[in-house]
Design a protein around this ligand. Structure first.
Ligand code: G6P
Length: 600
């Protein structure tokens, strides 16, 4: 999940690297560093701070090749010594790495016995020493030999002082993307780093390595056999990866949701039918659906279960990817496994997907990134069209995942004959109206900001809901926790009286999400129960539902119950955002977190 950028070409190298790293900071930001190739010697600069600190210390003169890194610590705490790039004994070889070298302890012992000196606590440092060991004037050859020795996941960029015109890069299980230019070439762990420079990319496969020079890219496997590149043009607009006047990416991405929904819906509704190009599921084969994901994607899956069961009438299980793998799951040819992942690179999700695949299940991925590992390994893919999501806290990706799940539920229902035309038309109409209703829901901003002023002093907040409002409460609580560091706990409102009510004391803030018409009266009773014990309740409810008797209300537009969570998500996201901003938290890069978690 660390961020990697490499460049060879005539532009000011350090600027390209620092600019790219800034765009990848969401992948990790514990520390940062870069190596610049100049004739005869490498320039290496590191900081245990942020990129702005690195920018101040870099001497960029005379370089036309370089590689940079932002770190999310796995082996060894964040420090200058542990920051990348890592070097060999003589400062001739520099390596930046994302992934985990599983046999590094053994390799380190062997290399130490051979006289190599190690400075850091990282697993990565074995790589430059191995390259040093094998180097006899041919860098690609030395890297290929070193790769034979290492086990585990890696995306690496290697520089050598004697080759100030070349980057050697390799991939296994950690993403790495080559950006193709004219008289210049790039490499990065994620597309947003490349967008200002090129949209022509080759997504590296496992077991590929490449030599990048100004003149071109030579792609081979790890034994040096040449492979044909498979470039494609990214259709993301570079402007989408900029803040465009917003104070934070999170706020910008919350506001992009109407557009993201429109893009996601495009081409998927034809007349009264849901259609997915190139998706031809044998729907009658499936007697069960399993949905897998992590974090926000898992929360989307919990909502997806309700959509699929309600519309398509197929039983659905939802599992956290890191749990699924290790519980001997009951999945076979009769199971459709839906894997949800914004990045398409989350290691836990990939592991769970492969486990389901191994058991014979067909895999349908819902992902935001074309060319991601999930998209390539799944049997079928539905793309969310959210555009690049930069803030660590997911907002527009979550929203578009819900849209895809609703469409998928309807697609399955229509193919199984589980839904009549009238009911399907009602959902489709509601979906068509959703972007405008989300625009309306964004107008709760002022009111939510006032609430955030009150909330920022709190230590604990509860989110309660019933039916579809409960998985939304889970996502709302996660948003608040991850960006504002306030402890937020979601509960099914009807369950409070079975234990949690004991925690309710005078003034405890509770956000009650009450959008489900069939559960309205029950929900009101639950709100009254907490109110009677002194809770300070704010209710999120559809317009026209006057709930003043139970708490201050934030009103959102009204739509059919199934779609209400997509509208109540908006004030919940804004609440998390404003609370964190008012508290002075680093909204886009919350402490200890990273956007794309490529380790288990
Ligand atoms: C990380 C992010 C979360 C995200 C989760 C799954 O933990 O911080 O925001 O929900 O990974 O990511 P994915 O890319 O698989 O959706």
């Amino acid at each position: 999940m660390c961020g990697i950028v490499g460049y060879v070409g005539p532009r000011p190298v350090a600027d390209v690297l620092l600019d790219g790293l800034e765009r990848l900071e969401y992948r990790g930001y514990d520390s940062a560093g870069l190596a610049l190739g100049r004739s005869g010697a490498l320039g290496v600069f590191k900081t245990d701070g942020r990129l702005r600190d690195l920018r101040e210390m870099v001497d960029a003169s005379g370089a036309n090749v370089g590689a940079g890194h932002t770190r999310w610590a796995t082996h060894g705490r964040p420090s200058i010594l542990n920051a990348h790039p890592h070097l060999d004994c003589h400062g001739q070889v520099a390596v930046v790495h994302n992934g985990i070298i599983e046999n590094y302890v053994q390799l380190r012992e062997e290399l130490t016995d051979q006289g190599h000196r190690f400075l850091s606590e990282t697993d990565t440092e074995v790589i430059p020493h191995l390259v040093e060991e094998y180097y006899q004037g041919d860098l690609p050859e030395a890297v290929a030999r070193a790769l034979q020795d290492v086990q585990g996941s890696l995306a690496i960029v290697v520089l050598h002082a004697e080759h100030p015109d070349m980057l050697v890069v390799a991939r296994r299980d950690s993403p790495l993307i080559i950006g193709l230019g004219q008289g210049e070439n790039y490499v990065a762990s994620d597309i947003p780093a490349l967008l200002p420079y090129t949209r022509d990319v080759h997504v590296m496969e496992n077991g590929e390595m490449a030599v990048l020079t100004q003149e071109g890219v030579k792609l081979t496997d790890w034994s040096g056999r040449e492979i044909k590149m498979n470039p494609y043009r990214v259709n993301w607009d570079p402007a989408q990866a900029e803040k465009e006047g917003y104070e934070h990416f999170m706020l910008k991405e919350i506001h992009e949701q109407p557009r993201a929904i429109e893009d996601t819906l495009k081409g998927k509704i034809k007349g009264s039918q849901v259609v997915f190009d190139s998706l031809d599921l044998p729907v009658d084969r499936f007697n069960k659906i399993v949905i897998l994901g992590c974090g926000t994607a898992w929360h989307a899956g919990l909502m997806g279960r309700k959509y699929i069961e309600a519309l398509a009438k197929i039983p659905v299980e939802v599992d956290i990817a890191s749990e699924f793998r290790y519980r001997d799951p009951m999945v076979d040819e009769g199971t459709l496994t839906i894997v949800i992942s914004q990045s398409g690179e989350t290691a836990d999700t990939l592991g769970a997907m492969r486990e389901a695949q191994r058991r014979g299940s067909r895999i349908l991925a819902i992902t935001n990134v074309v060319g991601s590992t999930v998209s390539r390994e799944a049997d079928d893919v539905i793309y969310t069209r959210a555009g690049p999501e930069i803030a660590v806290a997911s907002t527009k990706a979550y929203m578009t995942q819900l849209v895809c799940l609703l469409l998928l539920a309807l697609y399955l229902a229509q193919r199984r004959g589980a839904v009549d035309e009238g009911a399907a038309a009602e959902v489709l109409d509601a979906l068509r109206g959703l972007p405008d209703q989300v625009r309306e829901a964004l107008k709760t901003n002022g009111k939510v900001e006032d609430l955030a002023q009150r909330l920022q002093k709190e230590q604990h907040v509860f989110f309660i809901g019933r039916g579809l409002d409960y998985p939304l409460a889970m996502e709302a609580a996660l948003k608040l926790k991850e960006v504002s560091y306030i402890h937020a706990q979601p509960y099914p409102a009807g369950e409070m009286k079975h234990g949690t009510l004991a925690l309710v004391v005078e003034g405890l803030p509770i956000v009650a999400i009450a959008t489900q018409s069939a559960l309205r009266e029950k929900m009101l009773n639950n709100i009254k129960e907490v109110k009677a014990r002194g809770a300070d309740v704010v209710v999120i409810a559809p317009e026209g539902d006057d709930l003043d008797e139970v708490g201050e209300a934030v009103h959102i537009p009204r739509t059919m119950d199934l779609l209400m969570p997509l509208l109540s998500a908006v004030p919940c996201q804004l609440l998390a955002y404003h609370t964190a901003r008012i508290k002075g938290c680093d909204v886009d890069k919350p402490r200890n977190l990273a956007k794309s978690v490529t380790v288990e």
